[in-house]
Ligand binder design. Structure first.
Ligand code: FES
Length: 120
């Protein structure tokens, strides 16, 4: 049985709840984002999912937004609330973007490069 009807969903937030992000307020970020969505009455427009580690622990707390393909770093509860408001109005939290998507991921240069997957 399907739990959620996603037909009106415009935005899916993946909130990292891996160990490194949890040590940097991931639970509070998750609650703040979900609270802001509720306050704004945007439950149908924005869906959230807690994830495990997304492989960018240096950037904790990480939040990823689809279908935009934007990866954010250093998200605090306050920034999480702002992120919800900005994405609802078609904007982005530019200062915290690590990667954005346009046919492939484009690094913003705001974080460490990291290692290639093949070398892990
Ligand atoms: S725990 Fe969040 S990116 Fe690793």
């Amino acid at each position: 049985m399907t739990t959620w009807n996603l037909q009106e969903t415009r935005c899916h937030l993946l909130i990292c709840n891996g160990g490194s992000c949890m040590r940097r307020q991931a639970d509070e970020v998750t609650q703040a984002i979900r609270d802001e969505i509720k306050v704004l009455g945007a439950d149908k427009q924005i869906h959230t999912t807690r994830t495990r580690c997304n492989g960018r622990c240096e950037d904790a707390c990480v939040v990823i937004v689809y279908p935009d393909g934007v990866w954010y770093k250093d998200i605090t509860p306050e920034l999480g609330r702002l992120l919800v408001r900005m994405h609802l109005s078609g904007e982005r939290l530019e200062e915290n973007i690590v990667y954005s998507y346009d046919q492939s991921f484009i690094a913003s240069g705001r974080s460490v490069t990291g290692t290639d997957k093949l070398s892990c």
